[in-house]
Ligand binder design. Structure first.
Ligand SMILES: Nc1nc2c(ncn2[C@@H]2O[C@H](COP(=O)(O)OP(=O)(O)OP(=O)(O)O)[C@@H](O)[C@H]2O)c(=O)[nH]1
Ligand SMILES: [Mg+2]
Length: 229
């Protein structure tokens, strides 16, 4: 059973498109809104998603809220696989099938959709974002021998393996925390090249100077914290 968690803050225009393109193999789509001031929540609800509201601001908080909700479900409702993707329609939700296949067919623990430069739309990733990803994944290679090439938001992981990571980051460090902890625990992992396009709507992270700097600092602090652990 597969469930999807989508952190979304003011993504009213894109969220119905994201939900519509998610393959029907998914059992439940969970949109976690951080007090969106637009119609994100009602649009997600009308598109058939479970909508949760998290008061505490932050990408990590939203993901943790989604996990808290899943943890509250009855055992028969617990998923085998959790998928994360963004709510701004920059990912291609229909590619979810190829991201979960290595888990289902090859028993891989963790799969990341890597935003391959040949598959990326012009402008869909900013210069600082591309540099930040290169720096972060190069340091992970140096310190952990990792083969990750991206900190892509579109990813899938076995539910029990995700729980064992005891995820804690509340904001921009969520993606790198998951990868660092998976490396530390020697999870099997794989990258699948995915398409990536310009987002719909206003950027909350990489497209803002504040977001890009905070994300950069948070990501590097996780890497250095883990490399000396
Ligand atoms: N719930 C919640 N979602 C958030 C928050 N910040 C960002 N998001 C969502 O997380 C996803 C990633 O944020 P983006 O603003 O797209 O960040 P990005 O992809 O690095 O930057 P862009 O390239 O501009 O898209 C989007 O779906 C946002 O709506 C937040 O504080 N709370
Ligand atoms: Mg985005």
């Amino acid at each position: 059973m597969v469930k999807v968690i989508i952190p979304a803050y003011n993504e009213e225009a894109s969220i119905p498109l994201v939900i519509a393109d998610i393959p029907k193999v998914v059992e439940e789509i969970i949109v976690v809104s951080n007090n969106s001031t637009d119609n994100t929540e009602i649009n997600a609800l009308n598109a058939g998603a479970t909508v949760l509201v998290e008061n505490k601001k932050g990408y990590g908080y939203a993901c943790l809220k989604g996990m808290e909700y899943i943890a509250s479900l009855d055992e028969t409702q617990k998923p085998d696989i959790i998928v994360f993707l963004d709510g701004d329609y920059s990912d291609y939700p229909e590619e979810l099938t190829k991201i979960i296949t290595p888990i289902i067919e090859d028993d891989i623990d963790f799969v990341i959709g890597a935003r391959d430069k040949n598959l990326r739309e012009e402008g869909s990733m900013t210069g600082p974002q591309i540099f930040g990803n290169w720096l972060a994944t190069s340091l992970m290679k140096l310190f952990f021998g990792s083969t990750f090439t991206d900190l892509g938001p579109f990813r899938a992981i076995k539910y029990d393996k995700l729980l064992a990571l005891e995820m804690e980051d509340k904001t921009y460090g969520w993606t790198v925390e998951m990868q660092l902890k998976a490396l530390k625990r020697k999870y099997s992992y794989k990258e699948i090249p995915v398409n990536y396009r310009n987002r719909i709507g206003v950027s909350k992270v990489s497209g803002t100077v504040k977001g890009a700097i905070f994300a950069g600092v948070k990501i590097l602090s996780w890497i250095f914290k883990y490399s000396f652990k």
